[in-house]
Design a protein around this ligand. Structure first.
Ligand code: TXA
Ligand code: MG
Length: 320
């Protein structure tokens, strides 16, 4: 049985025994294990059904702790760390030998992040090892943004989920690295592109690709509900599906639709607030996926600010 609670000592002892714990972060919940213990790391891959070529993010409680696992902050990235850590930013840094190859899927660089969620920071600062933690969902499914989401899918597979409430950001971290002096964004996320540009100037956003071995998390069909997820113009899609007489769910940005049962539609943010929309997104996708509908209809948000990262997730959810 999987227990949900707020007991940091219990989480710490479970992790010290080499077992896994669901942990809250400001982005999404993670499935955490001792990053320096290959057995614990294998458990993460097994529990998630995750292919071994998809590397994990290593979480630490402070920027200082990163020195033990990497050759240090690359000069190009130091300012980003200063500005956004603790927070929803992941940096790719050359790894030290102490980090098992399993964590990085054999890559020379390790993805590191200092999360800001207070419970998890306290946990990390109490441990003498960092935590490898992918999002705590089965591979390919929607990321969990509250403790109950973790249990919905990993019930019985892990002993404990540390309950930190609803995730404040609701989207995974932005992943940034540098190649030959060029700053690259590998995954859009909780830190907006414009905020990164403000700090480092020009950045390259790596186009979505399922064949890029450097960033396996860019796999196209990711964050996907089990039901067909159709992305388009709701003003056209809704009447079309109403006409068809099929039961469908609607995930809209601001607008509520008439003639559709309340329980089958979710508005991400009535006031058009991107932050609120990001917070709601994954819970909304999960909810509609569990409704008695055969298809979920949705629309893109304006392509600016956090809208970019939200659209990225929506597109992946709709990719087949
Ligand atoms: O917000 C987040 O980042 C959450 C929370 C739990 O911290 N974690 C998360 O992990 O989203 P995950 O495993 O779902 O996504 C990690 C992605 C991988 O799919 C890969 O794209 C990238 O991070 N990644 C990890 N290590 C890498 C490496 N060494 N080189 C390139 N990309 C890496
Ligand atoms: Mg994930």
């Amino acid at each position: 049985m999987t227990v949900i609670g707020k007991d940091i000592i219990r989480a710490k002892e479970t992790l010290e025994a080499g077992d896994l714990v669901g942990i809250p972060t400001e982005t999404v919940y993670g499935l955490a294990g001792n990053a320096l213990n290959p057995q614990a790391v294998s458990k993460i891959f097994e529990t998630k059904n995750r292919p071994s070529f998809d590397p994990l993010i290593v979480h630490t409680g402070s920027v200082d702790q990163i020195q033990a696992y990497t050759t240090g902050l690359l000069p190009e990235l130091a300012e980003l760390a200063e500005r956004f850590w603790p927070g929803p930013l992941t940096l790719l840094l050359p790894k030290k030998e102490i980090v098992p190859d399993l964590v990085t899927s054999g890559l020379e660089q390790v993805a590191v992040r200092v999360p800001s969620h207070p419970l998890t920071r306290e946990l990390l600062l109490s441990l003498d090892f960092p935590l490898a933690a992918p999002s705590a969902n089965p591979f390919g499914y929607i990321s969990p943004t509250q403790a109950s989401h973790v249990v919905d899918q990993l019930e019985g597979k892990i002993q404990y989920v540390l309950d930190g409430g609803k995730c404040e950001v609701g989207l995974e971290s932005t992943i940034v690295g540098v190649e030959e002096g060029q700053i690259i964004i590998y995954r859009l996320g909780g830190v907006e592109v414009s905020a990164i540009k403000e700090v480092v100037g020009n950045v390259l956003i790596l186009p979505q690709s399922s064949s890029n071995p450097k960033s396996p998390g860019m796999l196209k069909s990711h964050y996907a509900p089990r039901k067909p997820f159709v992305l388009g113009d709701l003003e056209q899609l809704v009447p079309y599906y109403l006409e068809k007489g099929e039961d469908f769910g609607v995930l809209s940005f601001q607008k509520k639709y008439e003639n559709i049962a309340n329980e089958n539609q979710i508005v991400l943010s009535e006031s058009g607030d991107f932050k609120e929309a990001a917070q709601q997104l994954f819970a909304a996708m999960r909810y509609l996926d569990q409704q008695k509908v055969s298809v979920i209809l949705s629309e893109e948000l304006p392509e600016k600010g956090l809208g970019k990262a939200i659209n990225d997730r929506l597109r992946r959810a709709s990719a087949k």
